[in-house]
Write a protein that binds this ligand. Structure first.
Ligand code: NI
Length: 278
């Protein structure tokens, strides 16, 4: 399904800071991507760990296809315009009853991307992601409050890179649950206050967070990389990368390593930590 009403999407996104659900692909296609992920996990000996969960689109051809999904890009274009870079991807996988959660936070905190207001995440579900699976929760309109202070906790069950928690009281009763079916996605603004609870179901909850920016956005912390997924880049603020030629090929692994080192440097700037939490 393509976006029939881009103006309605743009209006709701500007007002609420999020938009959902939108269908990227049918459930059978979503299942086939899940199977390709799980075959990759099998080949690697288990669930993707630490750095392998980030920038999977540089490692696996199936993930490169996901960041270029036309229905996702149509929605992203309605929100941020036609010249689109994929900056990074992050898997947020909660195994059944593993206790993992995501503390309330805003994404903009450590990313170094300016200006903020154009940075957006498409969160694509490769499994069903009902409320009980620890679906995301959004505070509508919070993207208009600016960036709040965050505290790093590096808590073990926190899926965020620094376990960062927003330092304002969040009234959860005001939050909107963002349940998704496999093959659907949501969009959210980089200043959206959001979090999620543990997965209490018997299935994995698998979501790929794809971070998109218009070509006008700059990275202020490092010389960074990105993939041009639609339109043209007339700014050259990022080193542009090609997708992987084959899953986990030598070239793909080298590209991923370089991109990941730059990203970790950006995300850890201002801390005394040497690495992100696993
Ligand atoms: Ni987030």
């Amino acid at each position: 399904m393509s976006i029939q009403t881009p103006n309605a999407l743009a209006e709701a996104y500007a007002r609420d800071g999020f938009y959902f659900p939108v269908r990227a692909m049918n459930e059978a296609e979503a299942l086939s991507y899940r199977q390709r992920l799980e075959a990759s996990e099998m080949a690697l000996g288990g669930p993707l760990k630490s750095a392998m969960r980030t920038d999977v689109h540089l490692l696996f051809t199936w993930a490169d296809e996901l960041i270029r999904n036309e229905n996702v890009l149509d929605a992203v274009e309605a929100a941020i315009g036609p010249n689109i870079l994929c900056w990074i991807t992050n898997f947020f996988i909660k195994e059944p009853k593993d206790g993992n959660y995501v503390s309330w936070h805003q994404d903009a905190t450590y990313w170094g991307l300016e200006p903020h207001d154009q940075v957006l995440t498409a969160w694509l579900a490769l499994s069903d992601a009902p409320v009980e699976s620890g679906a995301m929760k959004f505070l509508a309109g919070s993207h208009r409050e600016g960036l709040h202070a965050h505290e790093d906790t590096f808590h073990q069950n926190n899926l965020l890179s620094r376990g960062q928690e927003i330092q304002v009281e969040v009234d959860e009763s005001l939050a909107t649950d963002i349940p998704l079916r496999a093959g659907e996605f949501s969009l959210h603004h980089v200043l959206m206050t959001h979090g999620s609870h543990p997965n209490t179901t018997d299935d994995r909850r698998i979501g790929l967070a794809i971070r998109y920016i218009p070509t006008t956005v700059r990275q202020t912390k490092v010389r960074d990389t990105a993939v041009l997924v639609r339109g043209v880049d007339e700014y050259g603020h990022f080193d542009l990368l090609d997708g992987p030629d084959a899953d986990l090929s030598e070239r793909a692994l080298a590209t991923h390593k370089d991109a990941n080192e730059r990203l970790v440097k950006a995300l850890l700037s201002g801390t005394d930590k040497q690495q992100l939490r696993d």
